[in-house]
Design a binder for this molecule. Structure first.
Ligand code: ADE
Ligand code: ZN
Length: 345
């Protein structure tokens, strides 16, 4: 059990979040407002209905069911200001949680499917990135996400279309339904992204096999694994991640709800952490899961994490970030003060 002091520490500590998707994180009340404004017909009309509908889909169909929810609710965004509003809502929430640095996956291809031009989406996100810093003091770093279910050719041309946005995008990722869409399918996209100087990450071993993690590491050359649950069951993979100091950016509650992990108590994060693999904790898609802060509290309680383990996991968010390590001194001095029982209580 966490003490009140520890829970308050998790609420107040400066945080860096490495793994959260804009499209999956549009607050549900905002999604409903945008649907009304843009005359988009949704299958659900209240926050309660969204909660019941999404829980049923995720329980019945796992990650594939979640992606139905993600694509459906993202369809309310049509205009530049809608994309801006989605990110600014997250930035406001970051401020309330003391998330001072956040790596946001943006999946333009989910919007392209609906005929929205890339400029509309990117300019909305660009403007939000600037305002997030100014209004809420949050550094937002974007990771462009490939919808892995699309063809290799489409993904490759998406990567090439990122060239005008390299001032705002720092990384390339790959997400959406993993089963049937192995990482290797997008080898050419990753070669191109490497050439463009992007940081490389990929969702692998979420509900897919460990082989997919090996391919991401050895063939795509990723510098991080998103989720990576399956690694915990393969000692050779654990050794590799440890030796090469590769972060697994994990999101336990999403995994438990989608069936990618058996329970919080047996979540693969524990085995990876205690074998020396760097792990961090993020929310992934907070309206369906929890805010980063609540996720940390829940995971710490259910997994029985020690105080030092919690601090290490949160510190990893900065240490293994794309460009947030300059915030480590701020983090470390906060922790030092807290340990002394100082004024940041
Ligand atoms: N997109 C949003 N959340 C995702 C997840 N957990 N896995 C794959 N794609 C996603
Ligand atoms: Zn994710």
């Amino acid at each position: 059990m966490l003490t009140e002091r520890q829970k308050n520490m998790l609420r107040a500590i400066p945080k860096a979040e490495n793994h959260i998707h804009i499209e999956g994180s549009i607050p549900w009340d905002l999604a409903l407002k945008l649907a009304e404004k843009n005359h988009v017909e949704l299958p659900v009309h209240t926050v309660d209905e969204i909660a019941k509908w999404s829980r049923k889909l995720i329980t019945e169909k796992g990650l594939d069911g979640f992606m139905i929810c993600d694509r459906t609710l993202n369809s309310v965004c049509l205009h530049e200001e809608d994309y801006e509003a989605a990110v600014l809502a997250l930035a406001k929430d970051d401020h309330d949680q003391n998330i001072i640095y956040q790596e946001l996956h943006l999946d333009y291809p989910l919007n392209e499917e609906r005929g929205i031009p890339i400029e509309v989406v990117m300019e909305g996100y660009r403007s939000a990135q600037k305002k997030a810093k100014k209004l809420y003091g949050v550094e937002i770093v974007y990771i462009a996400g490939l919808d892995r279910t699309l063809s290799s050719e489409r993904c490759f041309s998406f990567v090439k279309s990122l060239r005008p946005y390299l001032d705002m995008i720092a990384g390339l990722g790959m997400d959406c339904e993993e089963n049937g869409h192995p990482c290797i399918k997008h080898l050419e996209s990753y070669k191109e992204a490497k050439d463009m100087g992007l940081f490389l990450t990929a969702h692998a071993g979420e509900d897919g096999k460990a082989d997919n993690i090996w391919d991401a590491l050895l063939k795509l050359g990723v510098q991080r694994i998103d989720h990576g649950c399956q690694a915990a069951y393969h000692p050779d993979l654990i050794e590799y991640l440890k030796e090469h100091d590769i972060l697994c950016a994990m999101c336990p509650s999403g995994n438990v709800y989608s069936g990618a992990a058996p329970s919080f108590e047996e979540h693969p994060l524990l085995a990876l952490l205690r074998s020396g693999v760097p792990v961090s904790i993020s929310s992934d898609d907070p309206p369906y899961t929890y805010s980063m802060t609540d996720e940390l509290i829940l995971d710490a309680e259910k997994m029985g994490l020690s105080e030092d383990e919690m601090i290490k996991i949160i510190r990893n968010g900065f240490e293994y970030s794309i460009s947030g390590s300059h915030l480590l001194p701020q983090f470390d001095s906060w922790v030092k003060e807290w340990k002394k029982g100082g004024q940041n209580e």
